[in-house]
Design a protein around this ligand. Sequence first.
Ligand code: Q9C
Ligand code: ZN
Length: 732
Amino acid sequence: MRTALVYHEEMTAARLLWDDPECEIERPERLTAAVERLQQGGLEQRCLRLAAREASEAELGLVHSPEYVSLVRGTQALSTEELQALSGQYDAVYFHPSTFHCARLAAGAALQLVDAVLTGTAHNGLALVRPPGHHSQRAAANGFCVFNNVAIAARHAQQRHDVRRILIVDWDIHHGQGIQYIFEDDPSVLYFSWHRYEHGRFWPSLRESDADAVGLGPGRGFTVNLPWNQVGMGNADYMAAFLHVLLPVAFEVTAWGPGMGWWEEHGGGVLCLESTPPPRWSRTEPCGWGALSGGASFTPVPGSLSPVPTWPCLQFDPELVLISAGFDSAIGDPEGQMQATPECFAHLTRLLQVLAGGRLCAVLEGGYHLESLSQSVCMVVKALLGDPAPPLSGPMVPRHSALESIQSVRAAQAPHWTSLGQQGSTPTLSLSACSPEKRPSPVSPGGPKCQAAEAQPSAVLSSLLDQLSATPPVRTAVALTAPAAVPVLPPDVLRQEGSAPQEETQAWARLHEALTQDTAFAALGKVLRLLNGILEGQVSSGIATTPAAAPTLEVALRQGLSHGAQRVFCVALGQLDRPPDLADDGRTLWLNIRGKEAAARSTFHMSVPLPGTTGGFLSCILALVLPLAYGFQPDLVLLALGPAHGLQDPQAALLAALLRGPAGGRVLVLVGQGSARHLVGVLARVLHGEPPPSLGPFSMASPDDLQALAHLRGQLEAPWEMLRVAAPSGVP
Ligand code: Q9C
Ligand code: ZN
């Protein structure tokens, strides 16, 4: 794992030279505070440090007009009065004699980061820059932004590296209208932005920031705006936005078929962006459609449907992810007035790391509360380095207003993205057993139920300090039954040879006949040792093989519950039944993925069929597994691959990678006999923080798969509100 950190102290030179309450928040201390905190946390030292370079004028010209670049160059020689007069011509902008230099360093830092990641010098990285960029336009400065750092980096990646599809995720709390304008008709760049909007009352108060602005011409569907109409959005709202809007779109392959025909209006032709997919990260077969397979454009015959491909052609599934990483969307920020805590940004980063083979470049935008900004920056760097993300605090219940926003963007984008077609469903029945509200409170003091939505920023921020350093010494351990089954492992994955004490293993083995047999008994001893390491905080995650998956899973669950875990999330694939005498007391959430039927037996026990398509599998994870996991807030995840689990290696890897999120990285994977040792190697690498391999050719979810999910959502969204994709009707 190599994470680049791009910075240059000279970017602190620009500052406001006159009185302006609107602009004074964009100060040099933003950078120094963030860098100092990275150093204190020992994070800076773990990164590949790169000094920012200046972008050349040709590079600025990828996005900006020559006249505008000359104008900004000219500000170096202006007097304070002249600078103030020029600044007044733009909205929320100030110039300083060093602005041109700083802004070229900021754009250059983004370029250097992209170069490092696309040449393989680094896997991912962060550029700490100012001035920010996402409001700046072809010929205009705006909202503290001079050059559009992220847009320049995206164009550069396309021109200088063999990258076409780029995802830009703008989690700054303002709408990056500059980025939107630059790429609005371009389907090779998918721009996602959430922003404080308040029905248009919040700056920059643009009509085109609303959810129904989806892009123009060929770029329709490639602008995704999620306007927040109230302040106070928190962790649950941000996670719901990623799970129910951004990720389904980012993974999806766009199918162009009759009826979608945007080309009819914009007769310029359909651009096929993919001729031969790059070997490693593409999910789609080469465009199988003759006229399009050359990678060129074609002109449709007016009035004819025949030139429209009926099979996916332009896939999204990005090759590079750029984050416009503003932290004014975090708790305490005076601009955003939101409630998301710093660790939320580790989770957002973690979710994006499963895309584009992990090629993730974050570039600082806003963020004006120095403490909140610094901690959020640390959380992103920790996630980039592969460290486990601290669990999310606060009630994981999306706000009504957030669900309204999610519903409206899904509706606006539904014509362009098939996975957003499924809308909310009506609750069908109420379930027995206790509701999540009655579940036991968590171990950590000040955890979920104690921190009300109106939590004090300072209290939240200081309690988080301790978590920064509380990372287990061993990130991943592997305990294998047979030495013959040794897979290829990353060098710092621990091979655990030891077992739990004989008496402890014997006590548990009494639970089930099958556990007394030689190899099962030996495996159980190793599983217990590994699990104890996880529960005691010495190991973050682990994989163990066993010939007796079902009883071993039961033991692991019972041991987890009796040795410190308040809540355990069990994801059981294949023939693994929930132990019938296990108490349905809200401490175990049991999800089976197998079989034919989708069924919720209680609030805490459900099963769903394993979808037969990649699209269905992704929907199952994003729309069901992760919302349940994040809603349950477990402190341990058990993932068990039992007999006939049916998962392909890349599917298992994606599931394991994403299940590192909900329980602070505490995951134990049990692999039953019959699975190839290759699978153990793949799982070890993702638990260790490497990006999961591609799922392979994308296939659309079948109607049956989607119906199964919708059915479960209908049954479960009352107790598990993270499953909602729409606001419940009739409730204000
Ligand atoms: N009177 C960034 O966060 N505030 N820019 C305008 C209207 C401007 C924010 C208030 C905020 C600009 C990168
Ligand atoms: Zn901002």
